[in-house]
Design a binder for this molecule. Structure first.
Ligand SMILES: Nc1nc2c(ncn2[C@@H]2O[C@H](COP(=O)(O)OP(=O)(O)OP(=O)(O)O)[C@@H](O)[C@H]2O)c(=O)[nH]1
Ligand SMILES: [Mg+2]
Ligand SMILES: [Zn+2]
Length: 301
C-alpha cells in the first residue's frame, strides 16, 4: 500500500463540453481540470461541484474525486447552490409579487435556499419606499431573508457580500432588474452587456451551465439571463404547490391532504383570517391553483 496522496479541494467554476475549469480553495488559483481514474467514467461534472485532486503543473489539476452534491439546479445546470439570489425591483421593472411567489415555490421545490434582494433602491421616492417596506415585511414574515441594495450607488452591497460569504450563489429574476450589475459590483468583473443572454440563444447557459466567478472570501456567483414568466405548475403538480409555501407548513389542518381552499377545518385559511398568513401570499397560492374562492373578499378585503 502506497502512502495516501494529499488531495487538494477545488470547485468547478466552469464546464463547457470537455473543458473544465477548477478553482482551488486554499490558494485561489484557476486550473484546467482533467478527470482521472474513476472520475473518467462518471463524467457528470457541473459547475459548483466540489472536487479533490492534485495540482499537476501550473495549468493542470487532475480531478480524482467528485464530492457528493447537495443539490443540482437544472436551469442553469449548477451544483451545490447555497443561495439563489432572487433579484427584484419595486420599479423599473415594476414589482410583480405573483412572479416572485412562483419563483420561491420553484426554488423550494429544487431544495435551494432563496434570498430576496431588492435592487435599484436609489430610484425610490418616499411612497415607493413604503411599498418596499410593505413587501419586505410580508416576505420576512413568510420566513425569507431579504436585503435591499443599489448596484448603482453601492448601497447595501457590503451587507450582501457578508451575507454571501462562503456560498455558491446564482442570480435569478426577471429581465432588467440588475442581476448583471450586481454581479459586477460584487466581483469587479464587467460582463459585456447582453453577454449572458446572447449565450442563451446559442444554447450555452440552458444546456451546459453557468460560469461561477469568485468574490469575497471563497464565495462564488453565477449570472443567469432574465425571463419574463415562470409558473410553478411548469415544474410540479398543482397539489404539490402547498408544500412549498413555507409559512403554510407550520399549520395542521383537519385533513392531512387539505388543499387549503374549500375544506372544513383548514388551519391555513384560519391563519389568513387572523392575519398570520399574508393575504397577498394566499391569493398567489389560489392563483397558482387556478382556484377562485368566494370568501376571499371577505377574508382579505
Ligand atoms: N438606477 C439604477 N439602475 C440600475 C441599478 N442596477 C442596474 N441598473 C440598470 O438597470 C439596467 C438593467 O441592468 P442589468 O444588470 O443588465 O439587468 P439584468 O437583470 O442583468 O437583465 P437581463 O440580463 O436582461 O436579465 C441597466 O441599464 C443598469 O444600468 C441600480 O441599482 N439602480
Ligand atoms: Mg444580465
Ligand atoms: Zn388547509
Amino acid at each position: 500500500m502506497g502512502k495516501k496522496k494529499e488531495l487538494k479541494r477545488a470547485i468547478v467554476i466552469d464546464r463547457e463540453a470537455q473543458l473544465i475549469q477548477v478553482y482551488t480553495l486554499d490558494e485561489g488559483r484557476t486550473y484546467r481540470g482533467i478527470p482521472r481514474g474513476k472520475v473518467l467514467k462518471k463524467e457528470k461534472i457541473y459547475a459548483g461541484d466540489y472536487v479533490q485532486g492534485e495540482v499537476v503543473d501550473t495549468h493542470t489539476f487532475a480531478i480524482e474525486e467528485v464530492e457528493e452534491r447537495k443539490n443540482l439546479l437544472i436551469r442553469p445546470r449548477v451544483a451545490n447552490v447555497d443561495r439563489i439570489i432572487i433579484v427584484q425591483t419595486i420599479k423599473m421593472p415594476e414589482f410583480n409579487n405573483y412572479l416572485l411567489d412562483n419563483l420561491l415555490v420553484v426554488y423550494e421545490y429544487f431544495g435551494v435556499e432563496p434570498v430576496i434582494v431588492f435592487n435599484k433602491v436609489d430610484l425610490l421616492n418616499e411612497e415607493e419606499k413604503k411599498e418596499l417596506d410593505y413587501w419586505m415585511n410580508i416576505y420576512k414574515e413568510a420566513g425569507y431573508d431579504i436585503l435591499k441594495v443599489s448596484a448603482k450607488t453601492g448601497e447595501g452591497i457590503d451587507e450582501l457580500v457578508n451575507y454571501l460569504e462562503g456560498f455558491i450563489c446564482i442570480l435569478a429574476g426577471p429581465s432588467g432588474v440588475g442581476k448583471s450589475s450586481i454581479l459586477s459590483r460584487l466581483t469587479g468583473i464587467e460582463l459585456r452587456t447582453q453577454e449572458v443572454s446572447e449565450k442563451t440563444e446559442r444554447g450555452r447557459h440552458t444546456t451546459t451551465g453557468v460560469r461561477l466567478i469568485p468574490f469575497g472570501k471563497n464565495s462564488f456567483i453565477g449570472d443567469t439571463p432574465g425571463f419574463s414568466k415562470v409558473e410553478a405548475t411548469m415544474f410540479m403538480k398543482p397539489k404539490e404547490i402547498r408544500n412549498y409555501f413555507r409559512e403554510f407548513l407550520s399549520y395542521t389542518c383537519k385533513y392531512p391532504d387539505c388543499t387549503h381552499t374549500n375544506e372544513p377545518g383548514c388551519a391555513v385559511k384560519e391563519a389568513v383570517k387572523r392575519g398570520e398568513v399574508s393575504c397577498e401570499r394566499y391569493k398567489s397560492y389560489l392563483k397558482m391553483l387556478k382556484v377562485y374562492l368566494e370568501e376571499i373578499k371577505e377574508i382579505c378585503g
